[in-house]
Design a protein. Structure first.
Length: 172
């Protein structure tokens, strides 16, 4: 049977300022701009078109869209909207996508880069336990400068789940 699924192509993320978000991801996670789908210099997209396509309130409109790439993918598609119904970032306990986790080699270095770029850690890196445990295997939840939750995760030691799993999380 032919599997048509390749994996995650990109993750869409709404941000308050496209340029500031690009700078954060560049400094914190070594992201690079791939292309601008819709530039701030272009007229704001018609709200009715955006509402139909994305299912957003009628009084909101797209201001800009940019695709950035992470080393080893996937891509992050940044959206900036304008309008009176802009809500703040969701908390991990709200319905919907909770966070995006970024696999890193050195969690201390990654946390330092996030903080240097304007993000904040929720707590110090924490050891992974149970089926994910291993020497140096840790995670750390952080907040972007605009309040979205990201997770940094490192597992330099093989995790116990590998002994029973039919599939690995990473092939590298």
């Amino acid at each position: 049977m032919n599997n048509n699924m390749h994996g995650i192509d990109h993750i869409g993320l709404t941000v308050p300022n496209l340029d500031e978000a690009t700078q954060f991801f560049s400094e914190a996670l070594d992201a690079t701009v791939i292309y601008d789908t819709y530039k701030k210099t272009e007229p704001i997209k018609d709200a009715a078109f955006t509402k139909k396509r994305l299912g957003i309130p009628n009084d909101m409109a797209e201001r800009a869209i940019r695709m950035i790439g992470l080393p080893n993918g996937p891509q992050i598609e940044l959206f900036e909207f304008v309008g009176p119904n802009q809500a703040g970032p969701v908390a991990p306990s709200d319905y919907g996508w909770q966070h995006v986790a970024f696999k890193v080699d050195d969690i201390q270095e990654a946390v330092a880069k996030v903080e240097a770029a304007g993000g904040k850690r929720n707590a110090d890196p924490t050891d992974l336990g149970g089926i994910e445990a291993g020497a140096g295997n840790q995670f750390c939840y952080c907040r972007t400068p605009w309040g979205s939750t990201i997770e940094l995760i490192a597992y330099p030691t093989p995790q116990p789940y590998l002994a029973q799993a039919e599939r690995r999380k990473w092939d590298v």
